[in-house]
Design a protein around this ligand. Structure first.
Ligand SMILES: *Cc1c(COP(=O)(O)O)cnc(C)c1O
Length: 421
């Protein structure tokens, strides 16, 4: 459920007309709903009650400071995957003991920064990474709390680019080697092994792969405890999918996911962490764009928008579907016709949808891409020297620009001319 609904024939974000925001900030832009973000966070948080738990927002899905603050004030932790994200979490006021550091290639600088600023735990993914963190912690005279990310070798049945839990993927330690690697970690100075971490992929629309993975984690917990490790925290990763279309089968609810967690690992006496990204931020955002031209091609019509692949890359990168709806609600029974919806970038990959049924639209009309709050703005670029588009946050009847559009001068000023030119 989200808070982008038609009222009196026009699309609203909570209590603000999307057309009003467009008039104020120009198109294209991202628009997020506070109520939707809060609702999704609370669904996860309550789904894990009464287990001791922390919901860590996977901020790679949307790392704007205002989004982080909105969630942090509800008690969210953060799952970070880079030194930059760690800095963003701290800047948004998230205490170090609510920040979990994930990622397959943490650098020495990132480790040192997190140990200095405070960290809940590092989720380590390889033996060389264990050795480096051990050496750094020892040199700083501190002890780093760690889990090891195990790769449970389950098929997440999602898009290949976002599946991470098969043995062929680059992530984690093969579960068959876990005992050996845990024994090595426990023997390294400067590390305190506190738990197990697993994350099998993104946009999972079925609970079965989670169940397989979590049952393996439960078995491993028993094995590692018998080996003498004090396993007291389980980080179960993120990955629950969202409905990108209204017509397809609905993904599982956070409450069903919570029940599954309780059923599989709930009686182990561990504190549980989860790292949802997409399910918190995805349907909490839309991208609004204006039609530049309607172009009638040979046997095919094109809607050319002012938004492009550099603003929202998911369709060209993951073949992702986004519902695209007119901001002015079409009259009931309005005729629909198939069109290709494209951006102005000079690549054929700059196509949002092919032969999508749309009501008649004209130059200047606004459309909204639904489910664009996750992996949208964060993956955008300035390809074709198109400025990063603004982000707007709505809260009830108020809205604020939470990242503004740079001017061309600001963009150009980031380049430096060497002295010989
Ligand atoms: C990407 C990622 C997540 C979040 O995935 P979603 O599909 O957005 O929920 C969580 N944990 C890790 C380690 C990730 O890499």
């Amino acid at each position: 459920m989200d808070h982008f609904l038609y009222r009196n024939g026009t699309l609203y974000a909570e209590d603000v007309a999307v057309s009003e925001i467009a008039a104020a900030v120009g198109t294209p832009f991202y628009c997020y709903s506070t109520a939707t973000l809060e609702r999704h966070f609370r669904l996860f948080d309550s789904a894990l009650d009464p287990l001791p738990h922390l919901v860590c927002f996977a901020m790679k899905s949307n790392s704007n400071q205002a989004i982080l603050k909105t969630l942090a004030r509800l008690g969210a932790g953060m799952d970070v995957v880079s030194g930059g994200e760690y800095a963003r979490a701290k800047a948004a006021g998230v205490p170090g003991d609510r920040i979990v550091f994930s990622g397959v290639g943490k650098t020495a600088v990132e480790m040192r920064t997190a140990l200095e600023g405070g960290i809940r735990q590092f989720n380590l993914e390889s033996e060389p990474e264990m050795e480096l963190l051990s050496a750094i912690a020892v040199s700083m005279g501190v002890v780093a709390p760690v889990t090891l990310r195990v790769n449970p070798d389950v098929d997440a049945r999602t898009h290949a680019k976002i599946a991470t839990g098969k043995s062929e993927n680059k992530f984690g330690i093969p579960i068959a080697r876990a005992r050996d690697v845990y024994a090595r970690a426990a023997g390294l100075p400067g590390l305190e092994v506190i738990g197990i971490d697993v994350h099998i992929g993104s946009q999972l629309t079925d609970l079965e792969p989670f169940e397989q993975a979590y049952l393996k984690v439960a078995d491993l917990t028993a094995v590692l405890r018998a080996d003498g490790h004090d396993i007291r925290r389980l980080d179960l990763g993120g990955g629950l999918g969202i409905p990108y279309t209204r017509s397809n089968i609905a993904p599982p609810l956070p409450s069903d996911y919570g029940d599954l967690i309780k059923r599989t690992v709930g009686d182990l006496g561990c504190e549980v962490e989860i790292e949802p990204g997409r399910l918190i931020s995805g349907n909490a955002g839309i991208m609004v764009s204006a039609v530049i031209y309607v172009k009638n091609g040979e046997g095919r019509d094109f809607l050319i928008l002012d938004g492009a692949m550099n603003d929202l890359i998911r369709p060209s990168m993951y073949d992702a579907h986004h519902d695209i709806v007119p901001v002015q609600e079409p009259a009931a029974g309005a005729e629909q016709a198939p069109v290709d919806i494209v951006g102005p970038v000079c690549e054929s990959g700059d196509t949002f949808a092919k032969q999508r049924n749309m009501p008649p639209l004209a130059s200047g009309d606004l459309v909204a891409f639904r489910s664009a709050g996750a992996y949208g703005a964060v993956m955008s670029s300035e390809y074709n020297t198109r400025p990063l588009i603004p982000e707007v946050l709505v809260n009830g009847d108020q809205f604020a620009v939470i990242r503004s559009r740079p001017t061309f001068d600001e963009m150009i000023a980031r380049d430096n001319i060497p002295e010989w030119l």
